[in-house]
Design a protein around this ligand. Structure first.
Ligand code: FNR
Length: 370
């Protein structure tokens, strides 16, 4: 049997000895001040046998937070918290990129500086909820208000926040950063035509709607070097009200622009994923866009979304991707690469403990007996 998952690959300056990556997974368990804590260190250390760990989405600024208990990378305490994580992962022989996140409109005044409205390309209603704190400090799902439209100064400030966050990720000992441009968050809100009704140079044509993403990527590349930068996209994603009039043209353009930058990798989520769940009813022709983007993007391509061992091997064999990121399987199987390698059974993930809570369903999944 072909074992392409267990062949080496280089991304940027890293030599990975296999191709089973850990997808970014929000677990909403950061400590006070949105600082990674000892439990988070243990969670990532347990998963260091991944070819590459991509951290949970991590807000670049206070404005970029949209959910309770998610970590940040904008304060000195957060940098120190992440440094403990990267030290543990490196100590266990692993590699790690930090996922940089700005939620844009998917937020709530309780997270915003001064209690203001969340920011977005356009002031449009948001179909979705976010995880906020009630008066007792318990996590509850809350409605997202109509956001405020960003002006040009606000956009420039966000680009600076990405620079600062990328610099902080390096101080925190990360091997690189993955810019989260999917799942209906800020950069995706700019890309998709139904969430971006702007009339200025950041709206209208797909080139204009891709402008913020490309400016952010260029700023982060300037800051840390292209070989430490990756981008995650969810083309044709529908989570949080996303939708684009010309997805092939829009995402093809983005892939070709990113292709010129020699990034560490491009990470795509299969379009049949809606947020965290596989949409069984999705148009089966969606894979045409993945194939097109594979053609448009000339560097290392990572794919995620509903993969198991057989489909991952097939994707590599078919040349559909170079690496596969596993999400839910990594939540439940800290030693996922060893289990796939040895064809061992997998633990099931407990979805009720994905977001928030304590060590249960977080750092207590069993590993294979050694
Ligand atoms: C996710 N996903 C996700 N994606 C992302 O880019 N940043 C994130 O922080 C998160 N957080 C997150 C939390 C949880 C609990 C789940 C289940 C998913 C999406 C994730 O990276 C991945 O694309 C999907 O889970 C699909 O892959 P699997 O789970 O089918 O292997």
């Amino acid at each position: 049997m072909t074992r392409l998952l267990f062949t080496p690959i280089n991304i940027g300056q890293l030599s990975l000895d296999h191709r089973v990556a850990m997808a970014p997974l929000t677990r909403s368990r950061a400590g006070a001040g949105n600082v990674p804590n000892a439990m988070n260190v243990e969670y990532y250390r347990q998963r260091a046998s991944a070819a590459l760990i991509i951290s949970e989405a991590t807000q670049i600024s206070q404005q970029g937070q949209g959910y309770a208990w998610t970590p940040g990378i904008h304060s000195a305490e957060q940098v120190a918290g992440w440094k403990a994580v990267s030290d543990a992962v490196h100590g266990a022989g692993g590699h790690m990129f930090l996922q940089l996140w700005h939620v844009g409109r998917v937020s709530h005044p309780q997270f915003q500086p001064g209690g203001g409205l969340p920011v977005a390309p356009s002031a449009l209603p948001v179909p979705g909820k976010t995880f906020i704190l009630d008066e007792q400090g318990n996590g509850v799902w809350g409605d997202v208000p109509v956001p405020q439209e960003l002006n040009l100064d606000g956009i420039a400030a966000i680009i600076d926040d990405y620079r600062h966050a990328a610099r902080n990720a390096m101080l925190a000992g990360m091997d690189g950063v993955e810019i989260h441009a999917g799942n209906g968050y800020l950069l995706d809100q700019f890309i998709n035509s139904n969430s971006n009704h702007r009339q200025d140079c950041y709206g209208g044509s797909f080139e204009n709607r891709a402008r913020l993403l490309l400016e952010v990527v260029n700023a982060v590349v300037e800051e840390v070097g292209a070989d430490r930068v990756a981008v995650r996209l969810t083309p044709m994603g529908r989570f949080m009200g996303m939708g684009d009039d010309t997805p092939k043209a829009t995402f093809g353009y983005i892939a070709r622009q990113l292709s010129r930058l020699n990034l560490a990798y491009l990470h795509l989520v299969e379009p049949a994923m809606v947020g965290t769940v596989l949409d069984e009813n999705y148009d089966p022709n969606w894979d045409a866009i993945i194939k097109q983007l594979r053609h448009d993007y000339r560097g290392v391509l990572m794919l995620a979304g509903g993969y198991d061992q057989a489909s991952a091997e097939k994707a590599l064999l078919d040349g559909r991707a170079d690496l596969i990121a596993f999400g839910r399987p990594f939540i439940a199987n800290p030693d996922l690469p060893a289990r796939l390698y040895g064809n061992h059974a997998l633990n099931d993930a407990d979805g009720s403990r994905f977001f928030g809570g304590d060590a249960k369903g977080y750092i207590d999944y069993p590993v294979l007996a050694s």
